[in-house]
Design a protein around this ligand. Sequence first.
Ligand SMILES: CC(C)(COP(=O)(O)OP(=O)(O)OC[C@H]1O[C@@H](n2cnc3c(N)ncnc32)[C@H](O)[C@@H]1OP(=O)(O)O)[C@@H](O)C(=O)NCCC(=O)NCCS
Length: 337
Amino acid sequence: MPEIRSYGDEDFAGCTALWERCGLTCWYNDPDLDIARWRSSSNAEILVAEGEGQVVGTICCGHDGHRGWLYYVAVDPAHQGAGLGRRLVRRAEDWLAERGILKIQLIVRDSNRPVIGFYSAVGYAYTPHAILARWLDLPKAPPEGVALPPEVELAAGRDPRVRFTITYLEMTERPSLAPAHPPIKTKYALMLAEQPTVGFYRYLYNSVGGDWRWWYRRQMSDEDLGGILADDRVEVFVLYVDGAPAGYFELDRREEPTIDLAYFGLMPHCVGRGLGRYLLHSAIEQAWSYEPERLTVNTNTMDHPRALPLYQRMGFVPYRQEEQEIIDPQISGIIPA
Ligand SMILES: CC(C)(COP(=O)(O)OP(=O)(O)OC[C@H]1O[C@@H](n2cnc3c(N)ncnc32)[C@H](O)[C@@H]1OP(=O)(O)O)[C@@H](O)C(=O)NCCC(=O)NCCS
């Protein structure tokens, strides 16, 4: 059985090779720096599991005076599933407990979610916290062509704000539009979702708006959003194609005699299939069936570039423009990066 002991100078190559094998290294972490800092701190310890002269497991633990933390929890693939991961965690816990630490935390990368099963098995529970990060100095230049996480983009000088222009449009009489239909042979249905659940609505909103930074309703609480959806004067019509949701539009009749086409769009897999004109035509017809005095809609420069010309072709006329600025919802985490 591998023996667990403190890290020694001779373990450097073995540890970094193990982290590489276990997929724990990444360009913005520098194991050299990490190890040097941990070793020079009395609040941190690196434990190594040695089997037949090789480093086959590691765990780095430490505390910041408040919480204990675990890093580089790794077991060589050839030794996984034999209880070594659990032993390493317990040893690190003992080390932290001896220093009066009451609670231990760790960060699991989104791409490594399956490992949460291991942590649950050894007694760790998921906690719903958002982790925010800021680089004071990047250890290395980012490699070319790699998608950078938002906190690295910020460190590289990116402005966190996005600016966009909202165009408000209206029509004050029912337009006479040529009939619009989905392409022949499309199996479709358009249905009013009566009191849709918040979960179903979020699925529609996030799927349709994902590429266009639709952020406003993502940051709403379930309670607030549920309150809007429960109002009979807010109507959500869902387009189904081949039996599955393909897009939706939402009519807001709370300010009648003005009706607002609050949301309208297709899911990414349905864009370009000749459905957009049909869906917008249906929204306009549905709205005018209530005989409002005015139908409004707005679109902004983050939306699909064809949205504004399509609204205009269907009879909407711009009457106001407004500049707005928000913190990029992908940086603030409202939209997952
Ligand atoms: C995570 C890791 C350290 C686990 O080491 P291990 O030696 O295989 O784990 P153990 O054998 O001690 O397993 C302990 C328990 O966790 C369970 N477990 C281990 N991996 C699991 C997984 N991916 N999903 C669900 N349960 C898991 C085991 O079944 C065992 O349960 P039991 O005691 O009820 O039988 C190892 O898989 C690893 O190094 N992975 C790659 C590196 C990594 O992702 N590290 C975490 C960074 S946050």
